[in-house]
Structures are given as C-alpha cells and as structure tokens.
Write a protein that binds this ligand. Sequence first.
Ligand code: AR6
Length: 166
Amino acid sequence: MRIEAVIGDITKQQVDAVVNAANSALAGGGGVDGAIHRAAGADQMHEACARLGGCPTGDAKATPGFGLAAKWVIHAVGPRYRDGRHGEAEALASCYRRSKEVAEVLGAASIAFPAISTGIYGYPPEEAAHVAVQTLKGLESKIVMLVRLVAFDEYTLSLYQRELRL
Ligand code: AR6
C-alpha cells in the first residue's frame, strides 16, 4: 500500500472509497459526516446508514457513495477523546485497520481517510496523526494499493508528512 498525504476536501476525492468520520448511531452529524451526507445525497445516504443498524466505536461499515465520485463510503466510528487513558489510541487504530479490511472486501484499490476523531471528538491532532500513519504503515494489502490521508488544514498535513518520514 502506498500512503500519501494531501490537503483537501474528503468529499472531492477521486478514489474508490472515502472514509467517513461517523458516530455509532450512523445518524449523520456535522464536520466530515455532514459534508459527506450532503455531497452524496442526504436522503439516500441517511436511508442506507439506517439499514446498517449502527456501528461500534473502532469499527467500520460501508454504503454506496451515491452522488460522490467515490463508489463507496466506509463509515468509521472514531473514539471521543477523554484523556488518552481510555483506550482511545487502540480504538482509533482499529478504525484505520477495519476501514482497510472493509475496503478489501469491497475490492477498493484506493481509499481516502479524513483525520478521524480530530474535530468534534477532540482527539489531539499530533497523536491522531501518529496513530493513523503508524497503524497504516504496519498493514499490507493485495487489494488496496493507495491510501490517501486528506488533511483539512496545513498543520495536519505537516503532521502527516512528518509521520510518513519517520
Ligand atoms: N474534508 C476533510 N476533512 C474535513 C472536512 C472535509 N470536508 N471537514 C472537516 N474535516 P469531524 P470527528 C476535518 O468533526 O472528530 C460528526 O458530527 C476536521 O477539520 O468531522 O471524528 C459525526 O457525526 C477534523 O480535523 O469528525 C460524529 O458525531 C477532521 O476532519 C462526530 O462529528 C474530523 O472532524 C465525529 O467527530
């Protein structure tokens, strides 16, 4: 798997699957979740999510991408950050692992991730970038060839670039 980092909007990515920073009810919300629902078509996406019956923290489930360029959306549920001592890193790492596994089941060759948990869920961006990149570096795939980390700001991009060099 090649791992790259870019700055951009997750809803605009031309990849097979984009990952959503969802909540465990898969009920939609703000941030990435709101943007993905709007760009995909809110009614269709809402219905498809409702059929999945929720998703535990650290896990991921797929729907079609509907109006997005991406064929699929992989809804991953990141942890809410408390103090770093409540299994947050394990849960966040699990989001990246499970999303990659779901992508493999779908046959997705390219997948784009937002910085899961670093917005409304309050995960410190430095620690989240470390978990994201180091978890992905430890994975192999015969199906997923490209992993793109999509930063929404320059600072997050710089964190990814530093972690990629480590
Ligand atoms: N493209 C790429 N990154 C984005 C975009 C975008 N269009 N919009 C925001 N970001 P968040 P979370 C960045 O809050 O912390 C929702 O209500 C943003 O700057 O979307 O996992 C869900 O329903 C931040 O760095 O996700 C959940 O309830 C990162 O994406 C909850 O929020 C993630 O921010 C999930 O919170």
